[in-house]
Design a protein around this ligand. Structure first.
Ligand code: HEC
Ligand code: HEC
Length: 345
């Protein structure tokens, strides 16, 4: 008893002296982000000791927000490599953290930014649970459990120097599932996979740190290229990497869009599954009157471009998680379709 009391005191002191009790991650989601003790400084997103930052070679497009990602593992535990399905297996007590923010000026990546929300996924005995914590504008020191998602009005200076605005939408708890149920309607991690983490020396470092265990020989590690970096691969590889992270968590044979028959994972090799000369399952508004998912050489005749470039809720793809068009991603997929050989019957 006595030891436990002393330990609690020491922990509280080490965590910046927050007077709130520490959150028990095996229970329901706590009210405040600070109660999880994941950060030494939330405002600057400085992680606490043992909370490991990671990056993906291509992020999901989320209306031009900037994202910080971290993983917190229970002491002595690790993410176990798994080939099928390909996201790593996390032990009970793991917390994965993703913070969304707008840079004041996208041309200055280390300049001021406005924190919007921090999403947590927590591995409990029964599986993953998650929620979002929202920041009040001008109060970056803590975030509060989001209940109903009122949009946050945001403005920033874009890459081209023009002023841009967005009514940024924080997803609700049910929407987490619409995307994170990648396979068989079960909540899982989407980013932490070998091919997304295999950028520079990052994956090797995670293995060296013991964060990832059970990895096969490094020479065999899969790697997806960085979609936004022209130097990282061919137009085809980059377009496929973009479709992989933005679409494949629904568009796979065990995902939410399985009945569409459109499978957009990086490993997919079947032309019809990728949408090439594939008639749509439903020829409604979502097809824009176009006959095939992809018409080689003709982006403007391809349903895929119609849906990537739409912002209308019942047409746009992904159907949730964005209001804006990813102009760079869209032009990459355009360039890929434009260079595909052949024609449809
Ligand atoms: C539009 C689809 C979509 C929605 C809605 C969504 N996510 Fe995600 N989330 C993703 C994708 C894709 C990734 C991986 C790519 C990335 O990190 O950029 C991701 C990554 C994450 C991560 C980092 C770990 C991981 O799985 O990669 C956390 C934590 C997270 N999401 C939590 C949530 C929570 C909590 C909600 C609901 C409040 C939510 N997400 C809603 C698509 C979504
Ligand atoms: C949150 C899940 C989800 C995500 C993410 C998503 N889709 Fe979809 N998609 C669906 C569902 C469900 C359907 C079937 C209903 C419909 O057509 O709206 C569909 C249908 C489609 C179709 C019509 C397919 C056919 O042949 O009938 C296209 C094209 C498409 N999606 C493209 C994309 C692209 C490109 C992306 C990524 C940029 C994407 N989708 C991301 C859920 C998703």
């Amino acid at each position: 008893m006595k030891t436990a009391a002393v330990l609690t005191l020491v922990l509280a002191a080490a965590c910046g002296g927050s007077d709130e009790p520490a959150c028990d991650p095996s229970g329901p989601m706590c009210k405040t982000l600070s109660s999880y003790r994941l950060f030494d400084d939330i405002a600057t997103q400085t992680p606490a000791e043992g909370v490991v930052p990671y990056a993906l070679n291509t992020p999901l497009f989320s209306d031009y927000t900037t994202k910080d990602r971290f993983v917190s593992l229970p002491p002595g535990e690790s993410l176990a490599w798994r080939d099928d399905p390909d996201s790593f297996v996390a032990p009970t007590g793991t917390i994965v953290i993703k913070t969304f923010s707008y840079l004041a000026d996208r041309r200055m990546p280390t300049g001021d930014r406005r924190l919007l929300e921090t999403r947590l996924l927590i591995k409990q005995d029964t599986g993953w649970t998650g929620a979002s914590y929202v920041y009040d504008e001008g109060k970056p020191s803590d975030a509060i459990l989001a209940i109903a998602g009122a949009p946050l009005s945001a403005s920033w200076i874009h890459d081209d120097g023009a002023a841009r605005t967005n009514a940024y939408v924080v997803p609700n708890k049910n929407q987490c599932k619409e995307c994170h149920n990648e396979h068989d309607d079960k909540l899982d991690l989407l980013g932490p996979k070998a091919r997304h983490l295999n950028t520079g020396t990052q994956l090797q470092q995670l293995v060296d740190l013991g964060v990832v265990t059970g990895a096969p020989a490094a020479a065999t590690w899969p790697k997806a290229v960085a979609a936004y970096d022209p130097g990282s691969g061919t137009v085809e590889q980059r377009a496929r990497a973009w479709l992989d992270i933005n679409c494949a968590f629904c568009h796979n044979d065990r995902g939410a869009a399985r009945t569409s028959g459109l499978f957009l994972g990086y490993q997919e090799t079947d032309a019809l599954s990728l949408g090439i000369c594939k008639p749509p399952v439903a020829a409604g508004r979502g097809s824009g009157g176009r006959a095939f998912g992809i018409v080689p050489g003709q982006p403007d005749a391809s349903i895929m471009m119609f849906r990537i470039e739409s912002t209308e809720p019942d047409i746009r793809m992904p159907e949730l998680g964005r209001n804006l068009v990813d102009a760079e991603g869209a032009s990459l997929v355009r360039a890929w379709i434009a260079q595909l050989p052949g024609s449809c019957p």
